[in-house]
Design a protein around this ligand. Sequence first.
Ligand code: NAD
Length: 443
Amino acid sequence: MDVTIFGTGYVGLVTGVCLAEVGNNVLCIDIDPHKIDLLNSGGVPIYEPGLDEMIQSNRTAGRLRFSTDAKAGVEHGLFQFIAVGTPPDEDGSADLQYVLAVARAIAEHMTEYRILVNKSTVPVGTADRVADTVREVQARLGRTVEFDVVSNPEFLKEGAAIEDFMRPDRIIVGTDNPRTAELLRALYAPFNRSHDRLMLMDVRSAELTKYAANAMLATKISFMNELSNIAEAVGADIEKVRVGIGSDPRIGYQFIYPGCGYGGSCFPKDVRALERTARGLGYEAELLRAVEAVNFRQKTVLFRKLNDYFGGELGGKTIAIWGLSFKPNTDDMREASSRVLMEALWEAGARVRAYDPVAMDEARRIYGERPDLILVNDALSALDGADALVVVTEWSQFRSPNFNAIRSRLRIPVIFDGRNILDGSLARAAGLTYVSIGRAPLK
Ligand code: NAD
């Protein structure tokens, strides 16, 4: 089938390459000419495991092409995927300008039936706005070409995006039109083989399902972070509590790890956007507000622990940071906890020596050259001349470090583990003080 994807970010690129992988003919459109040039010259603008190889093989096979030409995109695909960003507006609601710009572009160039498939995370009612936008443009141009707007939210996780797309837990299709539903079912058939995971529903329920999923996951994290602070206050160990509650199958072990807050391009903005949607309709979403507030506070927990340890004297100190991306296996630093920590440290007059396996270029892009940020090429080099080590992202390679090497390279032997991934007793045996989340420090 012929498929067009608008937007070559995490979602658009992964959607495009996975649809090409199963034999479709995919044209990806982006307004960013640098991204398109890079993709056309064999580069990949983001880090995502397995993506690079799949792009190259599908480009070579001629099933995957990249262009800035929206008209060519509209002419190409029966399916017109919208996978552009929906960043937070000033008040936290989702900014739909990019989605509606794509809708206008499709409307301007559409000469035969098209299915607009919305993959971006958008507030309930956006499909109607997209349809209205297409109709307005058509009315202006004096045309009436048939089209449908489908809600098809994406649930992939950065860092495991290809796997998630190829073997989805569910494929949500929101449409009231049975013919469109069948076409989407056919497009997704290769990803829906072992048992039927395509869930057909009305458009508004599909749009809300995406927000509901992210809000639930964010709630689990904030709940555990709230409990970790209580555990610390009462002298309990949150990791023991985690194991204890996870054994109840109604709770389960997934996604109940305490830490230093959630980040990324989805949870923070989607929780906020859902809360703003509710408020706009006269409903105060108290729980969602609390989820956001707890997370906001949790992102400062590492700074507060450091500040306490150093008696409020962080000026002139050098802090080593392991992990800059908002989670492992991605270079994405949007709303990352590392940023809140680094910015607070700089404010307090401290310097940062940081290492991340893949997000160093992204850190350079965000912060540029500055004297209080030294990016180093390996984890141990971050420790040279540093007064403390802080683990912010749970990359696998940080889980079992050489504690003796850490001890000998740090100026002051102390580790702050923002994800509870290190073995504190081994750290202590090597002569380090080990400070973690939701339990007493080991000295
Ligand atoms: P992104 O910012 O990585 O990429 C968006 C891309 O769209 C950019 O390359 C931009 O240049 C392009 N773009 C903007 N306007 C355009 C236009 N008019 N025509 C063509 N291209 C245009 O965004 P993302 O992380 O891929 O997210 C896209 C959407 O999917 C968002 O709504 C997001 O909430 C949602 N989502 C993201 C994830 C994730 O893990 N990143 C997961 C599920 C859903």
